[in-house]
Design a protein around this ligand. Structure first.
Ligand code: GDP
Length: 296
């Protein structure tokens, strides 16, 4: 289950606060030592943990305990609020173009779940009465085009492909024209995924960005890879200026390190979370619900 080990670990930390009469510094320090370890074990970025613990301590020490709460509950309340803030506070909305089509560029390393997420996003938009167009702009992995076509058939969403002999930049350009002509609302570009970040990949993505002028550049990362996912997000963001991140495989992520660090490290919000292989397993990312899960 998502965040299970982190939730258990924090539960233990807070158990130590039970029966304490007031929040003094010793109590807070003791609890926060445990919270710190729990977060580090969950693979949360070191600096993020340090700042988080400092903020909670500052708020908790000397705090008047609300009449309805025990000191333990009071600390948990503060931790909860800070976890929500850490993950971005509010739900981050998708930016839609004033004049259609909206262009969403999907990026990510191979295996992160980019193509699957592209299909899930099309389904999500369909439910909102939008007419998406899936665009096969990953020409290097022949199976990627086929995979997108299969997804399109399942969803009854058109897929734009020019095979693997036309450059992704031209594919993007023509796809947007196609969407305009056919009154399709949202163009979702499935760009190339590679095993590693390299210059060729980034150059191609920058060229596509120039031509497609996307309203959203969403990076898909595998939450199970923890800090690696955060590092990938940081590199992509520094080169491409992402508008948001999609975290996949949260269904298998017991630790939560990526979910808790991405926003703080990159400054970019997590817009969606994928929690399974099925096409409807994509939801807008709700920081408050995630925090509730983490606190059990
Ligand atoms: P790409 O190389 O980034 O395009 O990755 P794919 O979309 O082909 O996905 C790689 C694998 O991850 C596939 O087996 C997907 O079914 C799986 N996958 C994608 N998203 C999720 C998710 O949220 N949860 C789980 N459990 N598996 C996922």
């Amino acid at each position: 289950m998502a965040f299970e080990s982190l939730a258990n670990r924090l539960q233990n930390a807070f158990d130590k606060l039970r029966g304490r009469g007031k929040i003094d510094e010793t109590v807070v320090n003791e609890a926060m030592r445990e919270v710190r370890l729990a977060l580090l074990e969950a693979d949360v970025n070191f600096k993020v943990v340090k700042d988080f613990v400092a903020r909670v301590k500052e708020r908790a020490v000397g705090q008047e305990v609300m009449k309805s709460l025990t000191p333990g509950q009071m600390v948990i309340k503060i931790v909860n609020e800070e976890l929500v803030a850490l993950m971005g506070g509010n739900v981050a909305q998708l930016t839609m173009a004033h004049r259609p089509p909206t262009v969403i560029m999907m990026a990510g390393l191979q295996g992160a779940g980019k193509t699957t997420t592209t299909g899930k996003l099309a389904k999500y938009l369909q439910k909102q009465n939008k007419k998406p167009l899936l665009v096969a702009a990953d020409i290097y992995r022949p199976a990627a085009i086929k995979q997108l076509q299969v997804l399109g058939e399942q969803l009854n969403v058109p897929v734009f492909s020019l095979g693997d002999q036309v450059s992704p930049v031209d594919i993007a350009r023509q796809a947007i024209e196609h969407a305009k002509t056919n009154h399709l609302d949202v163009v979702i570009l499935d760009t190339a995924g590679r095993l590693h970040i390299d210059e060729a990949l980034m150059d191609e993505l920058k060229q596509i960005r120039e031509v497609a002028k996307p309203d959203e550049i969403l990076l898909v990362v595998d939450s199970m890879t923890g800090q690696d996912a955060v590092n990938v997000a940081e590199s992509f963001n520094s080169q491409l200026e992402l508008t948001g991140v999609v975290l996949t495989k949260l269904d298998g992520d017991t630790r939560g390190g990526a979910a808790l660090s991405v926003k703080a490290v990159t400054g970019k919000p997590i817009k969606f979370a994928a929690m399974g292989e099925k096409l409807d397993a994509l939801e807008p990312f709700h920081p408050d619900r995630m925090a509730s899960r983490i606190l059990g």
